[in-house]
Design a protein around this ligand. Structure first.
Ligand code: HEM
Length: 171
């Protein structure tokens, strides 16, 4: 009797999230080349330091590599693992958690870098003495969203390694 096709609908959000990450990242990539935007980014430190560095390359890199590449890599791993090993992914609940922590984390990481980059960039050109009052929130906010993003990665690693354990130590 023919086996029902395995259900992969739960991976659709990874594909959508990845396309969203690449869309935002590529639009930013083009916008940051427009001469007035490029001149502004260069005047506030991009790509080496300060507010400009937060926007280009940090925000641009992470929305593309974490938002785009990593979410796609997670989906491909969850799709291929049962096919390659013959063993199911360890936890469907952790599949959902790895997506939502990573996606919400990278959205938070991206918007934090962009918002602080724009606010501090404008202050750098208008009133640099006002930067410390804003910048003191940067590290706590960025560490909080970076931790959310990191939890997404670590849940993914746990799910893959526990699945691999069942496969590698199969009796
Ligand atoms: C939880 C996940 C991650 C966190 C919290 C994170 C955090 C950071 C931070 C704070 C920096 C800036 C360091 C500085 O001030 O120069 C950075 C730089 C960078 N990250 Fe990540 N990152 C993560 C994942 C990744 C991944 C998965 C990749 C690539 C696949 C990546 C690629 C890069 C690159 C290329 C830079 C250097 C950008 C530059 O200055 O040219 N990151 N990351």
């Amino acid at each position: 009797m023919q086996q029902p096709a395995p259900d992969h609908k739960h991976l659709a959000k990874f594909l959508l999230g990845s396309a969203t990450g690449f869309f935002i990242g590529t639009v930013q990539g083009v916008v940051q080349l427009l001469p007035p935007v490029r001149a502004w980014l260069d005047s506030v430190g991009s790509p080496i330091s300060g507010p400009g560095h937060m926007i280009d390359p940090l925000a641009h890199v992470h929305i593309n590599v974490v938002g785009g590449v990593v979410l796609m890599t997670m989906a491909v791993t969850y799709y291929l693992f049962p096919i390659v090993t013959g063993y199911p992914v360890w936890s469907r609940r952790l599949v959902h958690h790895s997506f939502w922590w990573t996606f919400i984390g990278v959205c938070g990481f991206y918007t934090t870098l962009l918002i602080f980059g724009i606010i501090e960039g404008n202050l750098l050109l208008t009133d640099p003495s006002a930067i410390p009052a804003v910048h003191r929130y940067y590290a706590p906010v960025l560490s909080a969203v970076a931790t959310v993003m990191g939890i997404g990665f670590w849940v993914f690693f746990i799910n893959v390694f526990m699945g691999a354990k069942s496969y590698l130590f199969r009796s």
